[in-house]
Write a protein that binds this ligand. Structure first.
Ligand SMILES: [Zn+2]
Length: 258
């Protein structure tokens, strides 16, 4: 009977162990959702795998890099055979085999101020799995303009952090960071990225089905060296662009001029 399986199998069976948590209505919310996962690396790998596992209907994967050997200690969607291939292709292939019911859209572009709003346009929520702050700020600004929640995650060594930013309601990336730290390769343990990515995916699932509490104005800090979770309260900066929507709006049509 394997040949008669519909794409992705029987949702009643596939999601049987999570349906008691939020019912078929919740599952339909996941199925109807489009999520932008920016970055298909250490954070993007667990985020994409677990959102596909949960049955999110449409995943947009944005990444412009090829797989390198130094990625393999943490970027678990990419395997030995993928070295040299684009991460979007490697991710797409694995996720299609994993859950064929999930629609995968790939964007192999570097996220910049000019294209971020277009890339984010269809997303119900954005997951920041990026490794550089220029792209993070560009995506943060697009999220503010388009009124799209933004789940920030970052890792370094044994440490990671997650917060969920909701435009008009919570602090944004520019409230959290006055300026972008210079790009530099940082040490990262694969399990750190796994833990942090899992918390990000959990935030997305709760947001989409409308259950539980989100990390709004709360920065969750994972200390893997001591196996501790701490929480720091953050607040909107009244001088930040997120408190002055007209400042953000003025940049909206930049790509149209290209
Ligand atoms: Zn802000």
């Amino acid at each position: 009977m394997v040949n008669n399986r519909t794409k992705g199998g029987d949702p009643g069976a596939r999601y049987a162990r999570q349906l008691p948590l939020f019912g078929t209505e919740g599952q339909e919310c996941l199925q109807a959702a489009t999520v932008l996962v920016a970055g298909a690396g250490g954070l993007g790998s667990p985020v994409l795998l677990y959102l596909a596992a949960a049955g999110v209907g449409r995943l947009i994967i944005a990444d412009c890099d090829a797989v390198e050997e130094t990625n393999l200690n943490r970027q678990v969607l990419h395997w030995e055979q993928d070295i040299g291939r684009m991460k979007v292709r490697s991710s797409e292939e694995k996720l299609r085999a994993f859950n064929p019911a999930v629609e995968i859209i790939t964007v192999d572009e570097q996220i910049t101020e000019r294209n971020a709003a277009r890339i984010a346009a269809d997303a119900l929520i954005i997951v920041d799995c990026l490794d550089n702050f220029a792209a993070r700020f560009a995506l943060n600004d697009a999220a503010l303009r388009k009124d799209i929640p933004f789940v920030h995650g970052a890792v370094r060594g044994f440490h990671g952090q997650v917060t969920t930013m909701v435009p008009g309601r919570t602090a944004c990336m520019r409230c959290l960071y006055a300026s972008a730290p210079p790009p530099a390769p940082v040490p990262v343990l694969g399990t750190t990225a796994g833990v942090v990515g899992m918390i990000q995916a959990n935030e997305v699932i709760k947001y989409l089905v409308g259950t539980g509490g989100l990390l709004c104005d709360r920065l969750l800090i994972w200390d893997g060296a001591r196996s501790l979770v701490e929480e720091v309260l953050i607040a909107r900066d009244p001088r930040c662009v997120c408190s002055m929507p007209e400042t953000v709006d003025s940049r909206e049509h930049e790509e149209n001029e290209a």
